[in-house]
Ligand binder design. Sequence first.
Ligand code: SF4
Length: 305
Amino acid sequence: MDKNRLKEEIVKLKKQKNAVILAHYYQNDDIQQIADIRGDSLALAIEASRLDADIIVFCGVRFMAETAKVVSPSKKVLLPVMDADCPLADMATKEAVLKKKEELGDVVVVSYVNTNVDVKTVSDICCTSANAVNVVKSLKEKRVLFVPDRNLGEFVKENVKDKEVFLWDGYCPTHEEFKIEQLNELKKAYPEARIAVHPESPKAVRDAADFVGSTSGIIDYVSKTDGDDFIIGTEEGILYELRLNNPTKNFHVIGGSAVCFNMKKITLESLYESLRDEKHQIILDPETIELAKKPIERMISIKRN
Ligand code: SF4
């Protein structure tokens, strides 16, 4: 089937099945274009909990679809590609988190939403890159184990001075690749450019930026900031939304390109087949849902930055 036909069929199936397509900003352009809702992980988690649909097709990576299932257990949640996993999430396991917690003694476990569901079941509260600082600030406890992204954890530590934050040694392979030398080269080529980067980026890159924030934060920053050129430090799928909102501005991704291969596994074909055959369903047992729901709901109750 060609692209246009695939899109028509997806729209038809969506209506027939009362389905909604959610897409993360890092998805392929075709997927973002056909989605009912585009967003970052926090916005999509909130939307998933409010939607009046029988089926949610989650175009993102596994932990996001799991989060949607946890907040909407009565809905059928589909992940179009089985192995769309997040390498960062896979860097922490429930057993390892429990072991670390025991070693550290009295700590609150704050887990980035980029964790697999088993880690959420042993977390006190979740956060996203949009609200991580606020979430940690909101805690009355002083000692925090931040799991699993060490760069975001370090960013939180820099912004919350009254807590002792212990970092997990995980990282996002896509953001970890950004180098200060690449950023400096772009700065030389575009001296007037504003620099906006994601907090999963290494410290040297964050320190050189005009703005550090989540994908939705970067989107807001670019829309509200004057200028012709912007240097962007996050996965390049964000360019779809940036160009849509700012057709006259130019964007330059650090290093020339930044791709999360797992995010890009979902195509129009796999989305169509997933919706047609109602595969691959996220199945979680009720106990897991109950335990994972608490830290996610606690996060949702905290306001965004
Ligand atoms: S961009 Fe990084 S954190 Fe996001 S899904 Fe890909 S590997 Fe995971």
